[in-house]
Design a protein around this ligand. Structure first.
Ligand code: SF4
Length: 371
């Protein structure tokens, strides 16, 4: 199969939408022109009637929408395209057998609606159900189907203000960047005004799937709320286009630290060469590879879940073999918090010391002082 030519595809998609430079640079234009019907999708991807029927059924079960920009990332000639797998509904979503709506029991961990508290000093706050695209592997599929109650944000602010031990607030969704700049910055400012809140974090897929959303004005507004961190989600090296890298640069040039949280996905990035290229490209874009999540057992996503051995081998294939900065933690999230997974390097311990295995397999014994 010929290598995917993103520039040519971009030109073709833009031509189909008859998008001016101004349109293409406008994130709201992309939101207005999202593809949400089989008829439109079939103009961009060859679909036989059986596929179209399954996409329709799966899309009715789990919300879908694809921005023109994200459509351009999909190789129409590759049915196994890693971007297509993340964005286009599939019949595989309908044969979920053991997947759950809320495998992390987030509902039980919510003292007020849409505020998730698992850890002593930090919380995650979901402020919207809207995203630019609806990732087929999303672990909060249940969230992107139901809008938060009207008073959810006010109740969350009250809760955080009343709990002085909460020093770190992750604002997530849906995608928080779906709000206008004013609305988002107003919400973040409310949280920043709480005296004991030390850091804010924003989780977003916009730099990856809608990079034009990250305007200079937005980056400037976010930087005024320092210390503020942005967590992004890039899952495949092809997602790091010139536009995406420029969006990341607009943030980090304002001093906003960037961490990437990939999800390990069968058929997308479950191989060492793909993951290594991804982490290297992220570092070149100044986004620190922070986590690789083992996918959750969410309904409609079972076909994405690889055996844990795959993740362990990828992690071991990075650790030592490339810059430490490029090695994310491999994480299993559980209802009791995140658990980092790695092949054990500790061979044995005795009264004299402990023995470890280095990345190429050599064994080393290190003396261990008594406590
Ligand atoms: S952008 Fe995030 S919240 Fe939205 S569908 Fe994708 S993974 Fe889920």
């Amino acid at each position: 199969m010929a290598a995917f030519d993103f520039s040519a595809r971009l030109r073709a998609v833009r031509a189909w939408f008859n998008a001016s430079d101004e349109d293409w640079a406008d994130w709201r234009w992309h939101m207005r022109r999202r593809v949400t019907t089989i008829e439109d999708l079939s103009r961009f991807l060859p679909l036989n009637s059986q596929e179209a029927d399954l996409i329709d059924k799966a899309g009715k079960r789990f919300r879908w929408a694809i921005t023109p920009y994200a459509l351009a990332l999909i190789d129409p000639d590759d049915p196994a395209c890693p971007i297509r797998a993340q964005l286009v509904p599939s019949g595989m979503e309908l044969i979920s057998e053991v997947g759950m709506p809320d495998p992390l029991n987030e509902l039980e961990h919510s003292p007020v609606p849409d505020l998730i508290r698992v850890y002593p000093d930090r919380v995650a706050l979901c402020i919207t159900d809207i995203c630019q695209v609806y990732c087929r592997h999303c672990f909060r599929k249940r969230r992107v189907h139901e809008a938060p109650p009207a008073d959810a944000f006010e109740r969350a602010v009250e809760y955080i203000a009343a709990h002085s031990e909460l020093r770190d607030i992750l604002v997530t969704g849906g995608d928080p960047l779906m709000f206008s700049d004013d609305a988002l910055l107003e919400k973040l400012s409310r949280l920043r005004a709480i005296p004991h809140v030390q850091i804010l974090r924003v989780g977003t897929r916009a730099p990856c799937m809608l990079p034009m959303r990250v305007t200079d004005e937005l980056a400037k507004g976010l930087a005024a709320l320092h210390p503020l961190y942005v967590n992004v989600q890039f899952n495949h090296p092809r997602e790091l286009t010139e536009d995406a890298v420029a969006a990341l640069a607009r943030l980090i040039d304002r001093g906003i630290p960037l961490g990437n949280q990939s999800v390990l996905l069968k058929g997308v990035n479950d191989s060492l060469p793909v993951m290594k290229e991804l982490v290297h490209k992220l570092l070149m874009a100044r986004a620190r590879p922070y986590y690789i999540f083992h996918p959750q057992l969410v309904e409609g996503t079972e076909h994405f879940i690889p055996p844990v051995e795959v993740g362990l081998e990828i992690h071991a294939g990075l650790e030592g073999w490339t810059s430490g900065l490029a090695v994310p933690l491999y994480i299993l999230d559980t209802p009791f918090g995140k658990v980092p997974l790695a092949q054990s390097r500790l061979v044995s311990r005795d009264a004299d010391g402990f023995t470890v295995r280095a990345f190429k397999g050599e064994v080393w014994k290190e003396p261990n002082p008594k406590r």
